[in-house]
Each structure stands twice: as structure tokens, then as C-alpha cells.
Design a protein around this ligand. Structure first.
Ligand code: PGA
Length: 253
């Protein structure tokens, strides 16, 4: 059985509440009738509640861009999985390279966040990917391996059914430099192989692996044509309803 394609928009630190609502209204219109692709959007925390109200009855899912592993307490500035669940988030993005790069996220903290999210019934978009320096040194697979082993430590088979991996080479994020479909496919194959080894052929076969890094309406089709690429995590291009919908509607191109 072929995996259901999954396109998610990561808005990062963009869009006020008003701007978020505008974008979401645009998306509801342009994505009407989409059934054979799963779609999620991750607005900033301040806009999540308003967007969740606007999305009532829509098939577009909501995602948090991050979360903290405790349920509540004295953790100034953090948001818990329980809070995301309450406002109908289905997914949480965890371990994005910007979190790792600018906010001290490590494989260990990524692992704690993933476990906390899954425990509360959220699904997880777990991000991995190498920097340019790591690719040039030829250690890109080693990095992916370390991130996967660390991020998924003590996560069981059942929980894995609620997890999606996003392979995002850091050198391709926001740079306009997409990985070639070949480069992305190689990484995705490697990740699937690793999951097969850590879990089982069935878990690996069912796992959806998104590609992320300068995805556009122009390159989505060739990326999606690869066997192991099951979707995309889209940053910059997800900030516009028209271009994001064209990505979601890649089959029609
Ligand atoms: P980009 O970002 O599409 O702007 O390159 C992707 C991401 O960071 O998820």
C-alpha cells in the first residue's frame, strides 16, 4: 500500500493573528476538495487558537512548531503538549534544525519532547538533517543516524505509528538550494533502512518521510516522484495560499 502524501506548512515566526486568519481563509478555498493528500499547517503559537477556530470542519490539520516535555509548571515561555491538544493540534514539529541551531536543542531534548507529545496523543513531525559542513565532510549519513537513534530512544513500535520523519538538509532551508531528488531519495532510503533495522519492515514501510528545504511548486513534482519521498515540510512557500496550494496539488501538475 502506497503511503498517503503529507504536505505540511511551517510558518515559523511569521504572521500575526490577522494575517494568519487571512492565509487560512485563502487555504480553505484553494484546498477545497483535496482528499488524497494530507495537509497540516503550523502557525506561530499566538495564532494557533484563532486558526483552530477558523479550521473547524476543515480537513486541514493544525500543528505546533515546538513544545516542552512537562505538562505544566514553572517553565516560563514554554508550551505543553496538553495545551496544544486542547486547541485541536494534531501534530507537533519537533527537532527542527532552527531549534537545534539557535535554541540549544539536542538529540536528548528532542527525544524528551517527542515522548511527551506522543504520550498526550499528538502526532509528531520529527526533523533530522545535516549541515553543509557535515555534508562536505561526508558524514551526512552518520549525522542522520545519530539524530534518529538519539531522537527515537525508547520509543516503541506502537508510538512509531504516530510519527512522521522530515529530512531537512540545513543547507537547503531558506536558501533556494533544494537537494536534488536523487540526494533527497538517498537520504530517505537511508532513514527508512535505519527504521527497518531499529523497528521492523512493517514500521519502516508505513513510515512517512517528508523532504524539507526550499520546496516550491516548481520542484515538488520531481521530489514526489521518488519512491521514498512521501511529502514535504514547506517553510517560505507555505506563507502564501496560492503557492502552498500548488504544492499540495502537485498531482494535478
Ligand atoms: P524552507 O524551510 O521551505 O523555507 O526552505 C523549510 C523548513 O525549514 O521547514
Amino acid at each position: 500500500m502506497k503511503r498517503l502524501p503529507f504536505i505540511a506548512g511551517n510558518w515559523k515566526m511569521n504572521k500575526t493573528v490577522e494575517e494568519s486568519l487571512d492565509l487560512v481563509r485563502g487555504l480553505k478555498v484553494s484546498l477545497q476538495g483535496i482528499e488524497d493528500v494530507e495537509v497540516a499547517i503550523a502557525p506561530p503559537f499566538t495564532a494557533l487558537y484563532a486558526v483552530s477556530q477558523e479550521l473547524k470542519g476543515s480537513s486541514i490539520h493544525l500543528a505546533g512548531q515546538n513544545l516542552f516535555w512537562e505538562e505544566k509548571g514553572a517553565f516560563t515561555g514554554e508550551i505543553s503538549p496538553v495545551m496544544l491538544k486542547e486547541i485541536h493540534c494534531r501534530y507537533a514539529i519537533i527537532g527542527h534544525s532552527e531549534r537545534r541551531q539557535y535554541f540549544g536543542e539536542t538529540d536528548e531534548t528532542v527525544n524528551r519532547r517527542i515522548k511527551a507529545a506522543l504520550k498526550q496523543g499528538l502526532k509528531v513531525i520529527f526533523c533530522v538533517g545535516e549541515t553543509l559542513e557535515e555534508r562536505e565532510k561526508g558524514i551526512n549519513f552518520l549525522v542522520a543516524e545519530r539524530q534518529i537513534e538519539g531522537g527515537l530512544k525508547d520509543i516503541g513500535e506502537t508510538a512509531m505509528q504516530s510519527l512522521v520523519v522530515a529530512y531537512e538538509p540545513v543547507w537547503a532551508i531558506g536558501t533556494g538550494k533544494t537537494a536534488t531528488p536523487r540526494q533527497a531519495e538517498e537520504a530517505h532510503q537511508f532513514i527508512r533502512q535505519k527504521i527497518r533495522f531499529l523497528y521492523s519492515p512493517k514500521i519502516a514501510e508505513n513510515l512517512r518521510i517528508q523532504y524539507g528545504g526550499s520546496v516550491t511548486p516548481e520542484n515538488i513534482k520531481s521530489l514526489m516522484a521518488e519512491e521514498d519521498i512521501d511529502g514535504a515540510l514547506v517553510g517560505g512557500t507555505s506563507l502564501n495560499a496560492e503557492s502552498f496550494s500548488r504544492i499540495v496539488r502537485f498531482k494535478e501538475m
